[in-house]
Structures are given as structure tokens and as C-alpha cells.
Design a protein around this ligand. Structure first.
Ligand code: 9GP
Length: 798
């Protein structure tokens, strides 16, 4: 946008004056942040308003991305960067003596997501606007985001994240005039309407008022402003009388209160099902209402509308879309179904069986009586359609209602035209294994869309030092065309350049070290290798394998205090789902091992372990630029894609990885010499599953290193962790090590030794790092979303 520094300073002072009746030098950082956010909203209000109207008026096909999670983190810098005024504002603040970073730090993370799934959804919002595609988000305005994690005596404590405060979210705009009603519970009777359809009659339903809050999604320096719509629940005025006590009212308000804090298994809780339906129904009603403004026939809605089901949580979009078309607008089943399948598409984000949603039929019927009828009908028609064409077993496995459960993935696949996985390996596994029965029926629906990241956030915003270095070498164009990073390869043998990148990394390490010192009181040596694993805590992600190796190093040093090794700092950040006992025990043990190691002077600082509490997007922005080693060590076949792996490579960390998820594509991008791979591949893992021949106890008994390391959990070496240590020992030895840590242990140890060796060759290490940065452009979410736009939604973009 066109703006001069002088004009901005005037606008900003004016805004502060109007919002808070203060002068700039008297204002607090929070006031400055809020005023700046208000000003940004003012700058974009015209394109934001016009966008939706233009799309309706010009009959432009639009994609609606439904996701139960969006995890944008902070938005101030991204918004300024995308408006093209980040440098100008930073500069202006210097002129008026305001520390810009303090203003940035006054913003709370918007944490309406658990991890990768929600972060990806937020990234796609940015990318959609950036490629100029008409793509809007639909989600829930949770009053409490993902819990805040505190560590007390080594244990995870969960505190509520009241991110909205008393004044709400500065980026949102409430739109009461666009509220709609959503019906749940009660009974439904159908009366034939004489035109081939039924008229439903609802007896005693609970009526909810869904109120949208809109958040602008600003494209990167292209004048486009899309919309993310988050729905909040209210009691409709007409229903007020029914809710006379605070407790009664709370039952309704609770619907949008909390984000479920588990991303790897689902709980069959009625509140979650209500959340899912609430979001989907409110969103779809609005979409159809807007479509009708074009004056076109509902039978053709698929020509202007695409709806994306992000993981199965919004799968109720399929029957709800049918319901609205049939019940509210009289479209006959066949036409409604034809449109629904063309409108809907679905992304699968996990193959973990425990994460694939299934709802108990009785619960489903009680909460969503009309939707249950429609799902039943979809299921019977599906069975009828495929009967005789495919073996009975395949039909049984793919139908929606089976064993008194509603299978949400099956609903999403049958009710849509596209199913995609999120990395090549993941999609291959869906096709060959998890969804193979469906693949036999609908091979044409399957496709891959490897995840991506917002490259601007993970370079320009979070790593300004590295970005400046890149500018010096290849000019600034890479900031708007990330593929130009490839030009860095020219410098791969230039020792001066390599040294400079090494120094940049060291500066970032010092910054992180200062934060660690301030928050944890632990002193870190910036010349040590910063070896980092930050992600949700889950058994399959194998933080415990990392810990086993740390314990091995501990014993190696204790056995030989003169050991020749590069000092190593292991950094963890991870939240565990509150009810996930094993994961919480791993956190406790990481913290107790940290206490043991960090307080043992005989180790001479060769080994340090840090657990950084409350890992979130903002902390990631500090940690990732300071990392040397990126730990991506899940059991092969289990991590659908991963996206932090891409952020680390972009910041010049070397990936230490199994051949899992997008690690494989990172390996393809950087070449075998610039990544460190270890462990079993997926075939080897599957081979164990087939043969049932894995024997963890044997490895434990026969391999002295493994024996010593595993016994450390129960022999009192690690203080204050007797029961957790026993639990971990039992998981590994008595329950046969479900995720093959012990099988991969030696190979992991060797890979770590290799890291230690190459790090000593500063030039070689820096070459690897530079190669990673140069090849990271291919993981841009802008490119990923372009493929969604072209191959799944058929929407236009620039
Ligand atoms: O576990 C996957 C992760 O590998 C992937 O990168 C992310 C985004 O696609 O989705 C995660 N899945 C979930 O959070 C739940 O299905």
C-alpha cells in the first residue's frame, strides 16, 4: 500500500489519541499494539468489504476451508509485512523512540489449534490471499485456546488460555447481522411434501444462535483481503426464557468455550460433536444464503462453491449440505447429492487408527436427529450402488454406519470428489493400506498435496539476520519469490559466505541462550550443537528415543570425562494432551534428566538439556532460527507429513530423520549428503507388523548399551521419577516397545555420532546448512495451495 512514514506517524498518533486518549510517549506497549492493530484494520477495511461483494457479483467460484482448528500465532508482523509496510513501521517507531519489538511482544498468540493441523489451516489462509484466490476459512471462536503449559516439579500443569481477555480479539469484527440459527437435539418427523421430498417437523429442538466474527486475511503485497470466519454461540432472544439459571446458560455458552486439547486421538464426547455440527451448519447456511444472492439455481451450486473438509471434524458438512438443499430449499435427493459430491473434498492428516473419528449411533441420533436420518440414507444408497460390483468385505469396510458407529472418514470420502494425503509417503500409505478398500472403488478421488509453510514468517519475520545475509548475496527478490533462494547454491564453496552464515546462526543461538537463561536460569554455550525437538508429545514422535540417546551420552561422559565431543545442548518443547499419561511421564523424565545433567559439574558443560515450557508459534519463531539439528525421528509411516521439519531446513538446521512423512521429500530436495537419515523404513516397520516378530526384551537383554540406558529409568539414577521411570521401562520392555525405539536405537546413535563428527568441520557443516536453505523454497504453502486451487477446488488464482 502507498504510505509515507510521516503519514503513518500521524495516523498512529491519531489512533492512540482516539483509542486511549494518550500521547505516544505516555502509552503502554499494549496500547501501542492495539492502536496499531486498529490502524491496520482501518487501512484494509475497503478491500476487505469489497472482496465478498465482488466475488458474489462477478460469479467467482469460491473455496471454503472448514477446520475445527486455526493456529495463526501472532498476526501483527505478518499483517504489516503483507501490507508492505513492515520496514516503514519499524523505521517510524525508531523515529518516535518506540521499541518495535516490545509492541510485537504485547500481542498474545492466537492459539486456536493443537499443532500441525491448525497451523497448516492458518498458513493456507495466508497463502490463499497471497495467490489471490477466493478462499475463506470457517472455524470456531474458542474462548479458551490451547492450554498454557507450566512445568512444576518437572510435571506438566495445564492452565487455561483466556486469550480473548475482557475486550476480545483485536483482529476480529463481530457481525451480528449475519447470525444464523442452528438446531440440535429434539425429535424430527418427516411429512411427504408431495413433490418427491419431505418436510421435517422439529419437536422441542435446542436452538442456538451462531454469531460470526471475521478476521481479515491479508495477501502478500497484492491488495487482496480474504476472510476467516469464526463462529461463536449465543442464546437466541426468542429462547431466553428457557435459560433462567446461570448453569442453564453455561450449558449453551460452553459449546464454543474450549478447544479439545488432543490431536492424536478422539474422545466420543457429545460437546465435541455439537461443536462440529455448529460450525458446519452455521458456515454452510451462510454460504448457501450468499449463493442465492447470485440468482442462480441451487442445482448448480457446485459451479460456484467448493467446501473443504480439513480432517474429519467438519465431515458433517456432507449431510448438512444435503439437509439445507433438501429441507430448506426443496431440492430433490438426486440433485442435492450430485452437487454435494462435487462441492466437497477432504484432507486426511493421520493414519493413526485412534485418531480416526467414529461416533456412537445413539449419541449421534440424540444430538442430530435429522442429520442421522440423512446419514442413514447416504449409507444405504452407497451400499446399494456398490453392491454386486465389489466384494462384500470391501463394502462392509467402507460403509458409513458399521457396528453402531458412524465412520467420519468414510462419510467424507463417499460424500466428496477428492481425498488427499499431506505428503507423498502418507498418500501412498492411504492408497496401499489404510484406505485401500476405498481406493479400489474410487481410485480417481485420491491425490497427494504435500504440506507447506508460510515461508515469509519462517524467514523474513522470524530470522531477520539470516534474511539480511541472503539479501546481501542474491538481492531482495527472494522475499517475494522464494524459489530464488536456489541462487544461494552459487555460494556453496565460498568460505567467506559460509562463515557468515555460521556467525548468523551463532547470533541466533545467543538470542535463544539469553531467553533460556532468563526464563530457566540455565547457561548455554553458543558453540555447542543446539539439537532441537519441538512438537506435540506423542509416543510415535519418539521424544523418548531422543532421551535414550541423551542418557547414553551421559554415561559415555561419566565413563570417560576426557571424551572428545562437541558440547551438545538438547532442547525440547512439547505439550502433552492432559489425559495422555505416558506423554506426561516422558515430560517429567526429560525434566528430571535435565536436572541431573545440568547440575552435574563433572560433565563440564558437555551436555545440557532444556525443556522449554509452553511451546507455541511465538516460541517456535525464537527456537527454530537458533537450531543446528532438527529432530524428526518418528517411527517410519506414522507422521503424516510434519511441517516444522520444513521450517527448520529453511533456517539452515540439518535434519536428523527417519524416512517418514515429508522428511523423504526434504531428502529429495537437499540430496543424501545434506540430511542425516537413520532407522527402519516403512517397509521394515510393516514387515514387523506382519510377522509379529519384534522382540524388544531380546534387544534389551543382548545389547549392553541398551540394557544400561533402559535400566537407568528404574535404578534410581534419575531422581524423583520412580513411577514414571517404571512406566517407561514397562512400555519399552514389558509391552514390547510399540514404536520400535530399541530397534532404531543403534542406528540413531550412529547418526548422532556422525552429526558430532561433521559439526567439527565448520565449512562442511555450513555447506550442508546453506544447501538446506537454498532448497527450502519448494515447501512454500503458496505452491501447495495453488495445487489445491487448481486440482481440487477448481478456483482461479493469480
Ligand atoms: O500428525 C499430522 C502431521 O504430520 C501433519 O503435518 C499435520 C498437518 O497435515 O497434521 C497432523 N495431524 C493431526 O494433527 C491430526 O490428524
Amino acid at each position: 500500500m502507498e504510505l509515507t512514514k510521516e503519514q503513518f506517524i500521524r495516523d498512529f498518533k491519531d489512533q492512540l489519541h482516539r483509542d486511549f486518549i494518550v500521547k505516544i510517549n505516555e502509552s503502554t506497549d499494549e496500547e501501542r499494539f492495539l492502536a496499531l492493530a486498529h490502524l491496520i484494520k482501518k487501512y484494509i477495511s475497503t478491500p476487505w468489504l469489497e472482496r465478498r461483494h465482488d466475488l458474489i457479483e462477478e460469479d467467482v467460484k469460491t473455496a471454503y476451508y472448514f477446520s475445527i482448528e486455526f493456529l495463526p500465532g501472532r498476526m501483527l508482523e505478518t499483517n504489516l509485512l503483507n501490507l508492505g509496510i513492515l520496514d516503514l513501521v519499524e523505521d517510524a517507531f525508531k523515529d518516535v523512540d518506540v521499541d518495535f519489538s516490545d509492541v510485537v511482544n504485547a500481542e498474545k498468540d492466537m492459539a486456536l489449534g493443537n499443532g500441525g493441523l491448525g497451523r497448516l489451516a492458518a498458513a493456507f489462509m495466508d497463502s490463499l490471499a497471497t495467490i489471490g484466490a477466493p478462499g475463506f476459512g470457517n472455524g470456531i471462536r474458542y474462548k479458551y485456546g490451547l492450554f498454557k503449559q507450566k512445568i512444576v516439579d518437572g510435571y506438566q500443569i495445564e492452565l487455561p488460555d483466556a486469550w480473548l481477555g475482557t475486550d476480545g480479539n483485536v483482529w476480529e469484527t463481530k457481525k451480528p447481522h449475519s447470525a444464523v440459527e442452528v438446531k440440535i437435539y429434539g425429535k424430527v418427523y418427516l411429512y411427504p411434501n408431495g413433490e418427491g421430498n419431505f418436510e421435517p417437523f422439529y419437536e422441542d429442538p435446542t436452538i442456538l444462535r451462531a454469531v460470526p466474527y471475521d478476521i481479515a486475511q491479508i495477501g502478500f503485497q497484492n491488495g487482496v483481503v480474504n476472510n476467516l470466519r469464526l463462529w461463536d454461540v449465543e442464546i437466541p432472544e426468542s429462547e431466553e426464557d428457557k435459560y433462567r439459571t446461570i448453569e442453564d446458560r453455561r450449558k449453551i455458552e460452553d459449546i464454543t468455550n474450549i478447544l479439545y486439547p488432543d490431536d492424536s486421538s478422539y474422545e466420543g464426547k457429545s460437546l465435541r460433536l455439537v461443536q462440529e455440527y455448529f460450525m458446519v451448519s452455521a458456515g454452510l447456511q451462510t454460504i448457501i444464503k450468499n449463493y442465492l444472492k447470485t440468482g442462480k439455481d441451487l442445482k448448480d451450486i457446485h459451479e460456484l462453491v467448493a467446501v473443504h473438509i480439513n480432517d474429519t471434524h467438519p465431515a458433517l458438512a456432507v449431510p448438512e449440505f444435503m439437509r439445507i438443499l433438501m429441507d430448506d430449499h426443496g431440492v430433490v435427493w438426486e440433485d442435492a447429492w450430485n452437487s454435494t459430491v462435487k462441492v466437497m473434498s477432504y484432507t486426511n492428516h493421520t493414519i493413526l487408527a485412534e485418531a480416526l473419528e467414529k461416533w456412537d449411533c445413539n449419541l449421534f441420533k440424540e444430538i442430530l436427529p435429522r442429520i442421522y436420518q440423512i446419514v442413514n440414507e447416504i449409507d444405504s444408497r452407497y451400499v446399494e450402488e456398490v453392491s454386486g460390483k465389489f466384494p462384500g468385505k470391501i463394502i462392509e469396510n467402507t460403509r458409513i454406519i458399521r457396528n453402531e458407529k458412524i465412520h467420519m472418514a468414510n462419510l467424507s470420502i463417499i460424500g466428496g470428489h477428492s481425498v488427499n494425503g499431506v505428503a507423498k509417503l502418507h498418500t501412498d500409505l492411504l492408497i496401499s493400506d489404510v484406505l485401500n478398500d476405498f481406493y479400489q472403488i474410487y481410485p480417481e478421488k485420491f491425490n497427494n498435496k504435500t504440506n507447506g509453510i508460510i515461508v515469509r514468517r519462517w524467514s523474513q519475520i522470524s530470522n531477520p539476520l539470516m534474511s539480511a545475509e541472503i539479501d546481501k548475496l542474491i538481492g531482495k527478490e527472494w522475499r517475494s519469490d522464494i524459489h530464488q533462494l536456489k541462487n544461494l547454491e552459487k555460494f556453496i564453496t565460498d568460505e567467506k559466505v559460509l562463515n557468515e552464515f555460521y556467525e548468523v546462526k551463532k547470533e541466533n543461538k545467543k538470542k535463544l541462550a539469553a531467553y533460556v537463561k532468563e526464563t530457566q536460569g540455565i547457561e548455554l554455550n553458543p558453540d555447542a550443537i543446539f539439537d532441537v525437538q519441538v512438537k506435540r508429545l506423542h509416543a510415535y514422535k519418539r521424544q523418548l528415543l531422543n532421551l535414550l540417546h541423551i542418557i547414553k551420552l551421559y554415561w559415555d561422559i561419566k565413563d570417560n570425562l576426557d571424551i572428545d565431543m562437541v558440547p551438545r545442548v538438547f532442547i525440547f518443547g512439547a505439550k502433552a494432551a492432559p489425559g495422555y499419561r505416558f506423554a506426561k511421564s516422558v515430560i517429567k523424565l526429560i525434566n528430571e534428566v535435565a536436572n541431573l545433567v545440568n547440575n552435574d559439574e563433572s560433565l563440564q558443560d558437555k551436555l545440557k538439556v532444556v525443556f522449554l515450557p509452553n511451546y507455541n508459534v511465538t516460541l517456535a519463531e525464537l527456537i527454530i532460527p537458533a537450531s543446528d539439528v532438527s529432530e524428526q525421528i518418528s517411527t517410519a509411516g506414522k507422521e503424516a507429513s510434519g511441517t516444522s521439519n520444513m521450517k527448520f531446513m529453511m533456517n539452515g538446521a540439518i535434519t536428523l530423520a527417519t524416512l517418514d512423512g515429508a522428511n523423504i521429500e526434504i531428502k529429495d530436495a537437499v540430496g543424501d549428503d545434506n540430511i542425516v537419515i537413520f532407522g527402519m523404513n516403512t517397509d521394515e516397520v510393516y514387515d514387523h507388523y506382519e510377522k509379529h516378530d519384534y522382540n524388544a526384551r531380546k534387544l534389551f537383554e543382548e545389547n549392553p548399551t541398551i540394557n544400561r540406558v533402559v535400566k537407568t529409568f528404574i535404578d534410581g539414577t534419575i531422581p524423583n521419577s520412580q513411577s514414571e521411570g517404571q512406566e517407561i521401562y514397562d512400555a519399552l520392555i514389558r509391552h514390547n516397545d510399540e514404536y520400535f525405539l530399541l530397534e532404531d536405537f543403534e542406528s540413531y546413535v550412529n547418526a548422532q555420532k556422525y552429526i558430532n563428527d561433521i559439526y567439527q568441520d565448520k565449512i562442511r557443516w555450513s555447506q550442508m546448512a546453506l544447501n538446506n536453505i537454498a532448497n527450502s523454497g519448494r515447501f512454500s504453502a503458496d505452491d501447495t495451495i495453488r495445487l489445491y486451487a487448481e486440482e481440487i477446488w477448481n478456483i482461479k488464482h493469480n
